[in-house]
Write a protein that binds this ligand. Structure first.
Ligand SMILES: [Zn+2]
Ligand SMILES: [Zn+2]
Length: 242
């Protein structure tokens, strides 16, 4: 993380404790002690008609509730939950978090995620694991966005957050720099399970899901480690049926 970004992140933390909440999107006063106003909250791109397994946004005429890839083959995980579509302004908030170190954005997105997941209710996981970054990328960025996003849900639901549960052992090219085919094979063999888990139901957290190959690879490792139920928790789902 560059010095200027590091400083901006620290100032932002200070700002959070000292000043009233302010909408991160329009600068108006925040509603319900959140950094989001009621108007901007109402305009967020909700993923309300999504595949029951992979959370892909479905077309309005899809009555089955499943996308065609999930009809053809079940993924490695049991189900995914993504309350938002990866569209403006949610994509903007996620990019500012990842590339500008704006941790206030992680707090807001994490709280919005927790609201939506609370509405859904049981089943609940026994522990929460963030998709890990490779140590080199972690040093470069200064934080793991998946871990920062997972904190609000862990706190709200009082579920143990295992920050080091999974480890990324191989440095991989960022998925955004690869074509669709390379994205599928890129994360293969990149993760290991580092510790015994307190229970057999896991929530695996990441910021965005595009091709799902990263979470699928994490899920494969969890399954091999004896995890019975894997729910993927994603802030925003990219793509969708036409
Ligand atoms: Zn606003
Ligand atoms: Zn699906």
């Amino acid at each position: 993380m560059r010095m200027r970004d590091w400083l901006a992140t620290r100032l932002e933390q200070l700002h959070y404790f000292l000043l009233p909440s302010t909408c991160l999107l329009c600068g108006a006063a925040g509603a319900a002690s959140r950094d989001l106003c009621a108007g901007c909250a109402a305009d967020l791109p909700r993923n309300s008609h999504a595949c029951a397994i992979c959370a892909l946004p479905l077309s309005l005429d899809n009555q089955i509730g499943l996308c065609s890839p999930c009809c053809a083959q079940s993924p490695e995980y049991d189900r995914a939950f993504a309350p938002f579509c990866y569209r403006p302004p949610v994509n903007f908030l996620i990019r500012r978090l990842k590339f500008n170190g704006r941790l206030s954005h992680a707090r807001l997105l994490g709280e919005l995620f927790a609201d939506a997941r609370a509405e859904r209710g049981a089943p609940w996981p026994d522990c929460i694991l963030p998709v890990p970054l490779h140590p080199l990328r972690l040093r470069e960025r200064g934080f793991n966005q998946a871990l920062e996003l997972a904190r609000s849900a862990a706190y709200r639901f009082q579920i143990p957050l295992l920050a080091q549960g999974l480890r990324r052992t191989r440095y991989t090219t960022p998925q955004t720099q690869l074509d669709a085919r390379a994205r599928q094979t890129n994360p293969r063999g990149a993760f290991t399970l580092e510790q015994p888990l307190p229970g057999s139901r896991v929530a695996l957290v990441d910021d965005v899901m595009t091709t799902a190959s990263t979470v699928a690879e994490c899920a494969r490792v969890l399954r091999a480690g004896g995890v019975a139920d894997i729910e993927v928790w994603i802030i925003a789902r990219a793509g969708g049926e036409r």
